[in-house]
Design a protein around this ligand. Structure first.
Ligand code: NCD
Ligand code: ZN
Length: 350
């Protein structure tokens, strides 16, 4: 039977290996959207001020746990924001006692709230060496920030100028290239088998740069790294549906209020927590690869992070178009949910 004829699919519960939960009223509003479908998520540390130390991460995790809906089985996996002053002992202690799962590297100025990120990569060398020693993964926002590098080239240049040198000097460091957007990144991960993996977002499997710019500017499709040409989107889909263990889901669901998105200088970020599983089922079904969805959302990530896959399952069923909210309400104002531009037929059983 052809894969697109499948009308029901049961998979292990998924995890989100790159998620922004924010804080305060926004956290309260967006957390249930993720906890409904996902059992774990790697929580990004780019708050203001950022989550830098083990103590910061413990306090933030407590705020997340306090905001969880009653009975939710969701477990936040915390990350530490790498700065040039990060203390290797603090990082190692946070990893050892389970406070932090990974460290996040933002090149300074690369994206939302990344002002305290790294400028001189030599200054974080002792931290990276220590992480390699203890087996703690580094999640990287893979874009250079020099003003002379075109925004569409920033990921490819990062691989050459930053990632290759880091991997050469610290080959034992486990690295996740996050939210990859280019054929270049897919090829780089495919060609390098040791200690390297990549997350792919839901939206980068669906939109290319035309969606942002053709027929009027569409702020809700603007995120970083910015979506690239169609040929890159196709490469990402091929990687995601291939079952290759080095590619897994990181939604990069990144809520901003509509007021902050729609303005002269709008924020980068796509909010996709609400309908991600339906979107992904549609992408995998269209590719005739529904059977590979579980590897992408629920198996490959835990394998790389050295964690067991979730034991509970989730069933997706094909039916009439899913009626998901166009926006979710928060005390700070509405947040628009990612619109894939096509109807979603895959329902997630409650
Ligand atoms: C993220 C955010 O809003 O925090 N924005 C985005 O466009 N992805 C930051 C990030 O992951 O780059
Ligand atoms: Zn992100």
């Amino acid at each position: 039977m052809a894969a697109h004829k499948i009308s029901e699919l049961t998979i292990r519960r998924p995890d989100d290996w790159h998620l922004h939960l924010r804080d305060g009223a926004m956290l309260q509003a967006v957390l249930p959207e993720t906890a409904r479908h996902f059992d774990r998520a790697i929580v990004m540390p780019n708050l203001v001020p950022p989550v830098i130390t083990g103590a910061d991460a413990r306090a933030y995790r407590a705020r997340i746990e306090a905001a969880l809906p009653k009975g939710a089985a969701f477990k936040p996996l915390m990350t530490l924001y790498l700065t040039e002053d990060t203390d290797p002992d603090d990082v190692a202690a946070a990893f050892a006692d389970g406070t932090a799962t990974a460290v996040k590297l933002y090149p300074a100025g690369a994206t939302t709230n990344s002002a305290s990120g790294v400028q001189d990569f030599e200054k974080v060398r002792t931290v990276l060496d220590r992480m390699a020693e203890i087996g703690m993964p580094l999640c990287v926002h893979g874009e250079v920030t020099h003003s002379d590098v075109d925004i569409f080239d920033r990921e490819a240049v990062f691989i050459e100028k930053v990632l290759k040198p880091i991997r050469k000097k610290t080959p034992d460091l486990k690295i996740v290239m996050e939210h990859i957007t280019t054929q270049d990144a897919v090829d780089y991960v495919r060609d390098n088998h040791r200690n390297l993996a990549a997350t792919i977002t839901t939206h980068h499997l669906i939109i290319n740069r035309n969606h942002i710019l053709v027929g009027g500017i569409r702020p809700h499709y603007y995120c970083l790294p910015v979506a690239k040409r169609e040929r890159h989107r196709i490469a990402l889909v091929e990687a995601a549906v291939s079952g290759d263990k080095r590619f897994f889901l990181g939604t990069d669901s990144a809520p901003h209020t509509d007021a902050n998105k729609i303005q002269t200088c709008g924020c980068a970020g796509v909010f996709s927590a609400t309908n991600t599983m339906s979107c992904l089922a549609e992408v995998f079904a269209t590719a005739g690869k529904l059977k590979k969805l579980e590897a992408f959302t629920s198996l490959n990530g835990p394998l790389f992070y050295g964690l067991p896959p979730n034991s509970a399952t989730m069933t997706l069923r094909r039916g009439a178009p899913v009626d998901y909210p166009k926006q979710i309400e928060t005390e700070d104002g509405p947040v628009t949910v990612f619109n894939p531009g096509f109807p979603l037929h895959w329902h997630v059983d409650p």
